[in-house]
Each structure stands twice: as structure tokens, then as C-alpha cells.
Ligand binder design. Structure first.
Ligand code: HEM
Length: 525
């Protein structure tokens, strides 16, 4: 052995010796012991009178650590919403649901929590952790600070204004007609199919046509599946693992590289985010005449260059599809179910549509039909797009809560995450008596829309962080519902579908039944 080899061997031996010293079993146990003691001390502090949220009611076990919430949402899968509802029944309208977060069940407090753009409302990273990694984590939806969110959202929101949607509605109607044609033709042999998959194809094609200038081709493909929602499910299924698992989140950064070695759905969803959507956006930018949202956005220069990277734009594009496909499709699925399950509802919708013909339907005209309006509001109540809570942080102001009966008053300290859950507000018995029943008439007063009641609907969120696609969603839902009533419902019947196939059991951010995603199977006569 020469001198160099001797030196190298000594160094290796030294490192190995120290390695075994440092990572000896006893050292490992000491480290674990220190960590556990630290966690216990933190938990004790969390439930002590010294914690800033100590005076808020709620189970001590929930306030002590995040394990309680993780158990319900990660291990039991999306069941913390149910637990929170039970906490409100016991402890009142404002409860502490984890060490740092409050939850409110009083719909009259909605506009304070979800205030408009003039008042600072941050999102909370703990909740955004469900988004995992990659381009989708840098979208407006996933932005924590109010100011950066304003910048990102204001560059996009005018593309989704009511005016813009009115210009677009002819195209939406064309896609709706094609979807109904296919629903009638493909199932003419009597094979049952799930209408939600048809609506997933419709909504994805509408958004991609508008955002990128071309449809993704789901209506044109043979059959309804797979479609964007099929792949997006992989995303929703991993949501809670991501939230509570920092290791999972770190590994997820490597998913784009490892995607080929993971399951087919993960591979597909990552392909959409990192290959397909950027491809659409590049094409749109190269062809500005037909490029729509992204072409106009890039040309407008409304955002600084660092906000216009392909990475960020593809996150926004992916998010449009993620946020606007399954949600709108679920609402349409509920509308379809009730028109088939209760012929009286279909009859009354048809009475409302008298004088209209399928080929010349107009969204703005359909909105004026009160019973149709009421059916859609009731469907949005029972099937809110996002059934998981969404917290806001009033960074610079304390919020003062006073209950309607004046018996409870509480000051929510600035900087505290506090949220609401649509599935709790929409089941408020004072606003919506018999909340489990589908009753469109609850939305009408003397036969006219009760817009005051509509203000309590949380389906599209509220305030500065509310849904950017609300107008597009309404445009799609009105046109498609009218077409279904006129062309599809008279020839269809429910097939092996009961109310259980639509009823909330838990959430994967979006509403889930006991069997999983909502599903309404029909046969065409
Ligand atoms: C019935 C259909 C829909 C429902 C019920 C719905 C519901 C929601 C809700 C509740 C939020 C707020 C989530 C939060 O608090 O964090 C939201 C945000 C959002 N939605 Fe929708 N949505 C629908 C359709 C659409 C459509 C068609 C699009 C298409 C562009 C869309 C795009 C978005 C985006 C981009 C955001 C994030 C906005 C931001 O934070 O800046 N949604 N949606």
C-alpha cells in the first residue's frame, strides 16, 4: 500500500467509526426521546392557558396536536368535516379544531371571514399542503399572501367576467349539443353509463377550448373514459397524505422525474401537468389569433416576467381543469338525478322553458326562469364543489364575532386561521329546513328568486379568494340543464342508482359518497 492508499483507508475508517458512533442505537433512541419530549411539551403548551387560542372551546385532544385532525382526514380519509360538525353541536358556533385553527358554523359571519379584496385575507399553508408539488403549487389558488394573490388573480379574472362568458356562450352551447348527441347515440343500444363521466368530458373540453384555443377531445373520443377527471382523481386521493406528511411532500418534488415508475393514474396526471398542458399553452402563445386566455395573458404583459414562466402558466392551466371539471360535472349530475327521480321537477322545469328551442338557447334568458334557477341553486347547495373547509387569515385585523341571538361574542385574534365548510353551512336548519331534502321551492318567494338566501350559498366560496370560474360554471350549467330537460330526460331512466350514490359521506377535498365519487347511471330507451 502506498502512502496515499494508507491515508484514504484511514479516512474511510475514521468516517465509518464515527458513523457508527453517531448512529448507534442508543444515540438514535436519545434523538427520538428528545423529539418526543419536545412534541409533548408543545402539546402541553397548546392546551395551556398561555396559548393565544386557549379561551376558544373545543376538544382538548384536537387543540393539543395535529395528530387528531390527521387521524380523521388521513387515516379515516376525509372525515374531519363530520367531526367538526359534531364539535359545533357540542361547543357552539366557533370551535378550535387544531392547535392553530378555528372553525365557524354561523353562515351570518361568512362575509367577515371571506372578505372582499379591500381587506387582507391570506390563505394558510397547512391547508395548501394538499396541493403537493409541481406547477400546481404556484397557482393563484395556492398562493398564501393576499398581495401576491391579488396580482395573480387580477391578471386572469377579466377572462372569466360575465361579459366574456356572454361572448363565449355560443361555443358552450355547441359543446353541450355534441355531448347530448353522444349521450343519446352511444347509449341507444340500452347500455347504461354514468352521466358524470359525460359531464366531465363536456366541462374539460369547454375549459380547454376557452383557455388554450382547442378542446382536449374528450367529447369526440369513443366512450367517456378516461378523461381529465379520471387522472385528477390520483391528485385528490393523495391530498391528505400530502398535508400531514412532510416526507411525502419532499418526495413529491421528485415525482415528475419518477412518474414513469409510479401507478398509471399518477403517471397520467403528471404528464398532463408537465407535458400536455405546457404543450397546449405553447401552441396558444405561438398562435395568438386562436390562443384565448393564455395567448392574451402573455401578450397583455399584465404580469412581471417571473410570473409568466411556462412552469407557472402550466400550473394555472392545470388548475383551471382541476377546479372546473369535476365541480361543474357534479352539479350537472345532481340536476340530472333529480329530474329523472322526480318527474314533477322535470315537468316544472319544462314549463319554465316554454317557448324556447334547443338550438337557440341563451344563458342570460335561462337565468330569468325562476324554477330552473331554484333547481340549480338547490343542486349547488347539496353538491358544493369543494366540501372541505377553507381557512382565511385576517393578518391585520381582529375579527369580532357576535351570534344572532346576542348571547356569544368572541374576538378572533389577527393572524388566526379561521374557516367554514360548505357542507355545514348548507345544512343550517334555520336557513334550510329539512336540509337532507331536495326542495327547489325553498329558493322561491311568491314564485320569484330569493336572492337574499343565495347570499348564504358557499358553493363558489366568497370574497377575494372565491371561484374565478363562477360565470363559466353557471353558463355551462344553465345551457346543459335546459338541453338535458328538452332532449335527454324524456328518453332516459335511472339505472341501479339511489340517493346514496349522491349523498355526502366524506371528502377528498371534493365530495365523496360511501362508494367514492358521485355517480348517476342511466339507460336511454
Ligand atoms: C359548479 C362549479 C364550480 C364550483 C362549485 C367551484 C367552486 C370553487 C370554490 C369553492 C373555490 C374556492 C376554493 C377555496 O376557498 O380555496 C374555487 C376556486 C377556484 N375555481 Fe372554481 N368552482 C367551479 C367551477 C370552476 C370553473 C368552471 C373554473 C374554470 C376556470 C374554476 C376555477 C377556479 C379557480 C382558478 C379557483 C381559484 C381562485 C383563486 O383562489 O384565485 N372553477 N372554485
Amino acid at each position: 500500500m502506498d502512502k496515499a492508499e494508507v491515508a484514504t483507508t484511514s479516512v474511510v475508517r475514521l468516517v465509518l467509526d464515527n458513523f457508527t458512533n453517531i448512529f448507534s442505537l442508543s444515540a438514535l433512541f436519545t434523538l427520538i426521546g428528545v423529539w418526543v419530549s419536545y412534541r409533548v411539551l408543545v402539546a402541553l403548551y397548546n392546551i395551556s392557558p398561555f396559548h393565544p387560542l386557549a379561551r376558544f372551546p373545543g376538544p382538548k385532544i384536537a387543540a393539543a396536536s395535529y395528530l387528531y385532525e390527521a387521524y380523521y382526514d388521513w387515516i379515516l380519509v376525509g372525515r374531519y368535516g363530520r367531526r367538526i360538525r359534531a364539535m359545533h353541536e357540542k361547543y357552539g358556533p366557533i370551535v378550535r379544531i387544531n392547535p392553530d385553527e378555528l372553525h365557524c358554523s354561523d353562515p351570518h359571519f361568512t362575509d367577515e371571514i371571506y372578505a372582499g379584496p379591500g381587506r387582507i385575507r391570506d390563505k394558510w399553508q397547512h391547508q395548501l399542503n394538499t396541493g403537493g408539488a409541481g406547477p400546481v403549487s404556484v397557482t393563484g389558488f395556492s398562493t398564501v399572501p393576499h398581495e401576491l394573490h391579488r396580482l395573480r388573480k387580477s391578471a386572469l379574472s377579466h377572462f372569466f367576467s360575465r361579459q366574456q362568458m356572454i361572448k363565449l356562450e355560443g361555443e358552450v352551447l355547441d359543446f353541450a349539443q355534441l355531448t347530448v348527441d353522444k349521450m343519446l347515440q352511444e347509449s341507444a343500444g340500452g347500455d347504461p353509463f354514468d352521466v358524470k363521466e359525460a359531464f366531465n368530458c363536456f366541462t374539460a373540453d369547454v375549459i380547454s377550448q376557452y383557455a388554450f384555443g382547442e378542446p382536449m377531445g374528450f367529447i369526440a373520443q369513443a366512450g367517456w373514459e378516461p378523461n381529465f377527471a379520471t387522472w385528477a382523481m390520483a391528485f385528490f386521493k393523495s391530498a391528505y397524505m400530502m398535508r400531514y406528511n412532510a416526507v411525502g411532500r419532499t418526495l413529491a418534488q421528485a415525482i415528475p422525474v419518477m412518474a414513469d415508475y409510479l401507478g398509471e393514474d399518477v403517471r397520467n396526471v403528471m404528464r398532463q401537468m408537465t407535458v400536455v398542458i405546457p404543450g397546449y399553452i405553447q401552441k396558444a402563445v405561438d398562435n395568438p389569433d386562436n390562443g384565448r386566455v393564455f395567448a392574451d395573458l402573455v401578450q397583455s404583459k399584465m404580469l412581471p416576467p417571473e410570473e409568466m414562466t411556462m412552469y407557472r402558466l402550466s400550473g394555472e392551466g392545470f388548475n383551471f381543469l382541476l377546479a372546473g371539471t369535476e365541480t361543474t360535472a357534479a352539479t350537472l349530475t345532481v340536476v340530472t338525478y333529480w329530474m329523472l327521480a322526480r318527474p314533477a321537477i322535470h315537468r316544472r322545469v319544462m314549463e319554465d322553458l316554454q317557448g324556447l328551442t334547443p338550438s337557440t338557447l341563451k344563458w342570460t334568458e335561462l337565468e330569468q326562469r325562476p324554477y330552473l334557477w331554484a333547481v340549480i341553486q338547490e343542486s349547488l347547495r347539496m353538491m358544493p364543489g369543494v366540501s372541505h373547509r377553507s381557512a382565511r387569515i385576517a393578518r391585520e385585523e381582529d375579527l369580532v364575532y357576535r351570534s344572532q341571538d346576542g348571547k356569544t361574542e368572541m374576538v378572533i385574534p389577527r393572524g388566526t386561521p379561521i374557516g367554514m365548510t360548505s357542507i355545514i353551512n348548507h345544512w343550517d336548519k334555520d336557513l334550510f329546513p329539512n336540509p337532507d331534502e331536495f326542495i327547489p321551492d325553498r329558493w322561491l318567494v311568491d314564485g320569484l328568486p330569493n336572492y337574499k338566501l343565495q347570499k348564504f350559498l358557499l358553493s363558489f366560496g366568497k370574497g377575494s379568494r372565491s371561484c374565478i370560474g363562477e360565470n363559466l360554471a353557471y353558463c355551462e350549467v344553465y345551457l346543459m340543464t335546459a338541453l338535458l330537460a328538452m332532449r335527454f330526460i324524456p328518453r332516459a331512466r335511472l339505472y341501479e342508482t339511489t340517493l346514496d350514490d349522491l349523498t355526502y359521506d366524506h371528502d377528498l377535498i371534493v365530495l365523496q359518497t360511501k362508494k367514492g365519487s358521485i355517480s348517476v347511471r342511466v339507460k336511454v330507451e
